[in-house]
Write a protein that binds this ligand. Structure first.
Ligand SMILES: Cc1cc2nc3c(=O)[nH]c(=O)nc-3n(C[C@H](O)[C@H](O)[C@H](O)COP(=O)(O)OP(=O)(O)OC[C@H]3O[C@@H](n4cnc5c(N)ncnc54)[C@H](O)[C@@H]3O)c2cc1C
Length: 294
């Protein structure tokens, strides 16, 4: 019998439903599933999977993915690392830290800048990969450098320019580098003002969309000059439903899971939106969410 990953890594679970690990509450089983709590263990797990030539998927909080109903082959590593250090205005944080919790931590350290990101429900790793943004700011504005494990299993530090950030873009969408930690350069802040800003942004967010309804946020990136939500709204598609997948009636760029939606139903709605937008405006929409296991 060839060695399998359960022999190389203690604590690997088999056939773990991904619906438990995505904000969509959708997704079939991961063949193998492993939680990492430290960066050293994350590195060890990635190397183990690569040595066995096992397909590998790196999971943050699952807030920007749609996992296929048939699940994911190979190993899913859930990155739950939270280590962090502070050196004056520079903070280095592990990829698995929750963005919202980290933002509050920076504010409590007397630092400002990341308030815009407090309501984005993912990890540092997911936010760096997608250069997450809100309220006119993006992660890239505050990134100093990113530590990665390269495809060749080397730990190295990339400068901000090597990360090639753009609108919901980075080098990490096009490479097998895995984000281990990120260093942010923040500015001295005022805790009361920062918390007031967080509060203001939270109110603005929840006015637009009910965050308790399962979704993966915006499905499409905005084509230049045209918010995707506006195009979808103008087509009268809000509220359109296939099975339990539904175009949100409050935010047209959200597809929600209104009950027991299947990934296949979300995919059908995505195809419908793309077709209608192309037909009416001649615009090709592209997914912001990462489709996994299709
Ligand atoms: C209600 C709601 C509101 C949202 N609002 C916003 C918003 O305002 N702005 C915004 O930009 N996004 C928003 N999002 C989308 C989402 O929260 C972000 O894209 C977030 O940054 C994803 O992080 P994650 O940890 O959940 O990533 P996941 O969904 O787990 O993964 C996303 C991708 O990143 C990869 N990845 C994760 N960690 C790593 C790592 N360490 N190294 C390499 N690759 C990695 C995964 O493999 C996958 O390809 C929203 C989502 C929801 C559900």
């Amino acid at each position: 019998m060839p060695i399998d990953i359960t022999q190389k890594l203690t604590g690997v679970i088999e056939n773990e439903p991904m619906s438990r690990h995505t904000t969509y509450r959708i997704g079939g089983p991961a063949e193998f599933f492993y939680r990492t709590k430290t960066t050293d263990d994350l590195v060890k797990a990635i190397i183990a999977a690569r040595q066995l030539q096992l397909p590998l998927f790196i999971l943050g909080r699952g807030s920007n993915i749609l996992v296929a109903d048939k699940g994911i082959k190979g190993l899913v590593i859930s990155v739950e690392t939270t280590e962090r250090t502070k050196n004056n205005n520079l903070v280095t944080v592990a990829a698995g830290a929750g963005l919202g919790e980290f933002v509050i931590w920076t504010i409590n350290q007397g630092l400002a800048g990341l308030e815009f990101a407090s309501g984005i429900p993912g990890t540092i790793g997911g936010a760096i990969r997608g250069n997450a943004g809100a309220f006119g700011s993006e992660m890239k504005e505050f990134v100093e450098s990113v530590e990665v494990l390269t495809a060749g299993n080397r730990r190295t530090i990339l400068s901000k320019s090597e990360c090639a950030f753009g609108y919901r873009e980075s080098v990490f969408k096009h490479s097998d580098d895995i984000i281990l930690t990120a260093t942010f350069k923040l500015r001295p802040g005022n805790k009361v003002e920062s918390l007031a800003l967080v509060d203001k942004y939270t109110k603005q967010r929840t006015a637009k969309q009910d965050y308790s309804i399962p979704s993966a946020g915006c499905v499409f990136v905005n084509p230049s000059g045209n918010p995707a939500a506006k195009l979808i709204d103008e087509l009268g598609l809000k509220g359109t439903r296939i099975g339990d997948a539904q175009i949100s009636s409050t935010h047209a760029n959200f597809i929600i899971n209104a009950g027991q939606a299947k990934a296949s139903e979300v995919i059908k709605l995505i195809a419908l939106i793309k077709e209608k937008v192309k037909e009416k405006y001649g615009i090709e929409l592209h997914e912001e969410i990462h489709l996994v296991g299709f």
